[in-house]
Design a protein around this ligand. Structure first.
Ligand code: COA
Length: 371
């Protein structure tokens, strides 16, 4: 029987990530997300996802160095970005820039595992630069050279704002990057694996993934959430607004999930972060409005908040422009996409499912003059 949206269909094996939708657990290569969010760093998680185990000290230093020294993007790509329409969507720019970067990658025509790991390293290092530079270009700010003394999270904030990133913001982004790093065969990862399975190149697979993440049923949901909160603005109007949306059978972004039928473990962390940031920044209203919506939607629709619901208020309070929320998701998911593309290449078979034909049969061609 055909299942719309391939719901619950197991489409392959993978040792990268396990999503337990019943228990609400998320595991990267055997490690629980709660453990990683509390103790690890994004750079360590990148290694874990790509190599299947935690790095030792020298391995961590090596991957960290690769992720720090490859941040610069080719001048031609920056030049092309300067020529893009200033109202281009950041996800459009990211998709196009990543596609362009393949032509400047020194391993462009190399297909071996080592070359693909180098490509994964470069792209994971470069995607934050593209996102920050686009915001600089469209707002007329200087594109600062990436720094090699900061983590991915810290350097992204530095390039975006031009200021020394504070510890709380860096830590918050770092944890958000860990939480979004991988999620099994989500739509964008599946798209990447399908592209890789044709033995197309690494950048093509990532470009397909970025285009897929952009949709509002997937990574685009976090931007939709903040737009809803900003539209409501006045906490007293929260419930009337949300009730109206439900009455009109509109979907509330940031709720529901194809796999989780209980609390999304990533939302647990982001909810806490949203509350803590709200207190520190004296902007608790975003958390409070979110909490009210969350409790109502759970009671009314039985739907839980997903990763995108509280990440919206977290990013907003960190001063990230709202249309960069999905690109920030992409900065993180670069690690998971890369892991899956590498895994796909390692034991490849073309992904080519079938469709159940429900169209017409036995029609006869008639010339256009007689139609
Ligand atoms: C995530 C999502 C795409 C999963 O989709 P899915 O498994 O195909 O589930 P469906 O869209 O078929 O939804 C099943 C039912 O729940 C309802 N529903 C699901 N998510 C809902 C939401 N966010 N708000 C209101 N109703 C929702 C649907 O309307 C549908 O109701 P119906 O059976 O009465 O028609 C879906 O929950 C959604 O659109 N959420 C909002 C976007 C979002 O936050 N995406 C990020 C995911 S991490």
């Amino acid at each position: 029987m055909v299942k719309a949206g391939l719901e619950d269909i197991v489409a392959g094996t993978s040792s990268i990530c396990n999503v337990d939708g019943k228990e609400g657990r998320l595991i990267y290569q055997g490690y629980d997300i709660h453990d990683l969010a509390e103790h690890s760093t994004f750079e360590e998680v990148v290694y874990l996802l790509w190599f299947g185990r935690m790095p030792n000290k020298s391995e961590l230093e090596a991957i960290d160095k690769g992720l720090k020294t490859n941040r610069k993007i080719h001048d031609d790509v920056v030049k092309a970005m300067r020529g893009f329409p200033k109202d281009a969507l950041p996800m459009e720019v990211l998709r196009t820039a990543v596609s362009m970067l393949s032509m400047y990658d020194p391993d462009d025509r190399e297909e071996g595992i080592e070359a693909n790991i180098r490509k994964a390293t470069r792209l994971t290092a470069q995607v934050p630069t593209v996102v920050a530079y686009w915001d600089n270009i469209r707002t007329g700010k200087e594109c600062l050279a990436p720094r090699e003394d900061l983590s991915i999270a810290g350097n992204f904030l530095y390039m975006l704002t031009g200021k020394e990133p504070d510890e709380l913001a860096t830590k918050s982004i770092d944890v958000a990057l860990i939480l979004h790093a991988d999620h099994e065969l989500n739509a964008s990862t599946f798209a990447a694996r399908v592209a890789a399975s044709t033995l197309s190149d690494f950048h093509s697979a990532i470009t397909a993934a970025i285009g897929t993440l952009k949709g509002k049923l997937h990574g685009g949901a976090n931007q939709e959430v903040i737009e809803m909160l900003l539209k409501i603005k006045d906490p007293a109007k929260t419930m009337p607004h949300v009730k109206k949306m439900i009455e009109e059978h509109k979907k509330i972004s940031g709720f529901g999930h194809r796999v989780y039928k209980t609390e999304d473990p990533r939302a647990t962390h982001l909810r806490k972060m949203s509350e803590e940031l709200g207190k520190v920044k004296n902007e608790l209203k975003w958390f409070e409005m979110s909490r009210e919506i969350e409790q109502f939607i759970l009671k009314e629709k039985g739907l839980y908040a997903n990763v995108d619901f509280y990440s919206a208020s977290v990013y907003y309070m960190l001063g990230i422009p709202t249309d960069l929320f999905t690109p920030v998701f992409a900065i993180s998911r670069m690690s998971g996409w890369s892991a899956h593309v590498l895994e796909q290449y390692q034991d490849n078979r073309l992904i080519r499912p079938r469709a159940e034909y429900v169209g017409a049969n036995n029609l006869k061609y008639a010339p256009v003059s007689s139609r």
